[in-house]
Design a protein around this ligand. Structure first.
Ligand code: PA5
Length: 413
């Protein structure tokens, strides 16, 4: 495994962690046993065969061949993973590439108009992603972009340019897409939205963006077994639970690279929806450094100590830039990433000296395989962590409450 979790400065007693290792091994067994609902993702890197990956790649090539834009409509687990991976890995040097744009994750008229303006007269295809096939954000946006497509291409071509990812069972989306002859990719019934990035939900948009999904799956597959998480492999899950028991209520994921911003959003959804129930759960937050050191750095250093920090960093940067000699000393002649490294170490030292628990999760670099590992790693840590705290990681009953209230306002319009 390329991922290292360093708990040295987590402020926890090593023996307390060791004592819980039997419990986490039991939780991992439960994830693998099939006794829990919605655990199809656990073995997905193995069951999602190379042939299925190739089918997605062929579809992506077809889409790229006919589209300047691929407009992906989905919300929550139906878009965050793909956006996180594309932000991290999108090739920058490819000319004439198909741009993946996400919509259907908000109710902003201005946002929709801006996406329509960007598409303009260009060719585009649509991807509608919804496990339930009935989500308000996704389906409202679908109506709008479908109308735009019908006006441009007519019904036959619209059906050919519409790609749907949903459960293979009756819903508004599934029924309509089947009737119109759109291409439908199946989201397995036993995989929930926030654990679906390594299925067509994430992989189709990622492949259209020009990222090698075979390598992503290879990375995930390389750690998709119990042995990879044996010994101290689940200490991060234990540490999160121990921090909570010690009174910490917030886990702040901290990044030092703006391309990780959506990875932070994906983590917030994964942990927030999996753990926040029955009056329990760490509130997951994320900060982007160095930007947020100039806004939240003060709070972290001296504010209410209700949180612990989890740094997520790569040892090797994707690119670097030398600061020229004309710049101010002592920065001149150094590289921007050397200074970034000083920021990582400096923040860690200052926060540790202030008594803040700091967990450090690092990877050697960010490439496709390691990204596949990271996605799978956090899904496992999250599932285990939630089971340790005694909640069901795979339901989200609380989400229904606001949906019901919102629906009654919509129906009264
Ligand atoms: O993780 C989840 O289950 C949710 O965040 C869903 O992904 C989100 O609510 C969107 O639902 P759907 O995919 O059914 O449109």
């Amino acid at each position: 495994m390329d991922i290292k979790a360093d708990l040295t400065y987590g402020g926890l007693d090593v023996r307390a962690i060791e004592k819980r290792r039997k419990d986490v091994a039991g939780a991992l067994d439960r994830l693998w046993s099939g006794e829990l609902h919605f655990t199809g993702w656990v073995n997905d890197p193995h069951t999602f065969t190379d042939e299925m990956v190739r089918e997605l790649e062929d579809t992506a090539a077809e889409i790229r061949g006919k589209s300047d834009f691929f407009v992906v409509l989905g919300v929550g687990g139906s878009f965050m993973g793909a956006k996180a991976v594309i932000d991290l890995l999108e090739p920058v040097d490819e000319k004439d590439r198909t741009r993946v744009i996400f919509a259907g994750y908000n109710f902003s008229g201005r946002y929709i108009q801006e996406v329509k303006r960007q598409i303009g007269d260009s060719d585009f295809s649509l991807c509608v992603i919804s496990k339930s096939g009935s989500t308000t954000e996704t389906l409202s946006a679908y109506g709008i972009f479908k109308e735009m497509m019908l006006e441009k291409y007519g019904p036959d071509e619209t059906a050919k340019r519409t790609y749907v990812v949903t459960e293979h069972k009756s819903s508004f989306l599934f029924d309509q897409a089947s009737e119109e002859g759109c291409r439908i990719f199946d989201l397995a019934l036993d995989i929930g939205g926030r654990y679906s990035v390594l299925t067509p939900v994430g992989l189709l948009p990622i492949a259209v963006a020009g990222i090698d999904i075979e390598k992503i799956m290879k990375g995930a597959r390389s750690i998709a077994d119990k042995e990879s998480f044996a010994g101290d492999g689940l200490d991060y899950s234990i540490a999160r639970n121990l921090q909570y028991e010690k009174g910490k209520k917030i886990e702040v994921f901290e990044f030092f690279d703006p391309y990780f911003a959506y990875f932070g959003e994906w983590l917030k959804q994964l942990f927030g929806e999996s753990e926040g129930k029955d009056g329990k759960g760490l509130f997951p937050a994320s900060l982007m450094f160095s930007r947020d050191l100039h806004s939240m750095g003060q709070f972290l250093q001296q504010g209410t100590q209700c949180f612990f920090e989890t740094f997520i960093t790569a040892d090797e940067a994707a690119a670097d830039e030398r600061i020229p000699d004309i710049a101010m000393k002592p920065f001149a002649g150094k590289t921007i990433e050397q200074i970034n490294r000083c920021a990582v170490n400096g923040v860690a030292d200052a926060h540790i000296k202030a008594g803040i628990p700091v967990i450090r999760i690092s990877v050697p670099r960010v490439d496709e395989e390691i990204t596949g590992e990271l996605l799978y790693y956090f899904e496992i840590q999250c599932g285990v962590s939630a089971l340790l705290s005694g909640v069901d990681p795979f339901d989200q009953p609380g989400v229904e409450a606001y949906k019901k209230e919102m629906r009654s306002y919509i129906e009264a319009l």
